[in-house]
Design a protein around this ligand. Sequence first.
Ligand code: FNR
Length: 378
Amino acid sequence: QDELYEQGRHGHQPPYPITFAELEKKASAALPPKVWQYVAGGAGDEHTQRANCEAFQRWGLYPRMLVAPTERDMSIELCGTRLPSPVFMAPVGVIGVCAQDGHGDIAAARASARTGVPFFAGTLSSDPMEDVAPEAGDTPGFFQLYVPPDRELGASLVHRAEAAGYRGIAVTLDTWVTGWRPRDLAGSNYPQVPSGCLSSYTSDPVFRARLRPGDDPVETVVRTLPIFGGPFRWDDLDWLRSETDLPLMLKGICHPDDARRAKDHGADAIYCSNHGGRQANGGLTALECLPDVLEAADGLPVLFDSGVRTGADIIKALALGATAVGVGRPYCYGLALGGVDGIVHVLRSLLAEADLIMAVDGYPTRGDLTPRALRAVR
Ligand code: FNR
């Protein structure tokens, strides 16, 4: 924030919007309409998507006095990996649609290298996962898995993620069928998945071995695979557990019973999320689910996303008990407006606001942010 205030003193405008509202407005103008509807839209009447954001307003943060922490420490450990801050970029498959050159995951990985904020390369990453991983430099990266019904192919994706150096796998559980998304359904708005975003499939040795002479790889993926994975059940999780020693983070868990069961099945972390309101539209926000999930997780790390738009939102989710907090659409919009620089701006602004709140409100470290920092407000 010092940098931005300093620029202001010299009469310079910040290069990208400061508020989420402005960021959203500018991104909506910058992206092709179909892409905008796909990225910004959600399931049903989008009530859950809106409520995800509003849920944060129901918590207030107590300012604490006579602490004046001149130094703040936000670092955390997540599944054996030390991270400079508890913030991450949530997996966004097909993020290539937001990048002018189509290489959205490479841009996210480069932003990760510059900010220390980890990213999740998606199964639908814009380039093969092996090309994306090194772009993050020293910042650890994670892999998001849509589990194909073809177990041999699924195992191959997992083993490649291990070999590429990803530090953990988020298994997305809530997208084995695509939600009812009116913006995409109306007027065939669904953007074509760019062929580059299928390259982790088309470059896979198991997949390639099955191609017959003359088969077009991209066309074969579209014809033969449910690209968002297929039905995945508790027994399947035991199979996946047996395939890898990498930490498994189960993404999409909102019910405490599922959190308990995930722990019993050997999950290393719970990822509490409702996919930013893009899948289920039952009106239950991810933030409302977080406290019960945390209790049921009984000490397992709990990642959280859905509706986070400000540094204050990050601090509130941490104070409730989340181990790490993710953002989805905000960094997509940063990418749309300014490529790697745009993502870096969005992430640094979120981190700066969160850091300032810790300073102003008297919370020197992550450990000082507990539920006692919060009060429920009407
Ligand atoms: C997503 N998300 C997502 N999640 C996932 O596990 N795999 C994926 O491929 C995608 N793809 C995807 C595309 C787009 C365009 C968006 C906006 C989101 C969901 C994402 O990881 C995260 O859960 C939400 O984006 C968080 O909500 P907010 O921050 O967007 O409100």
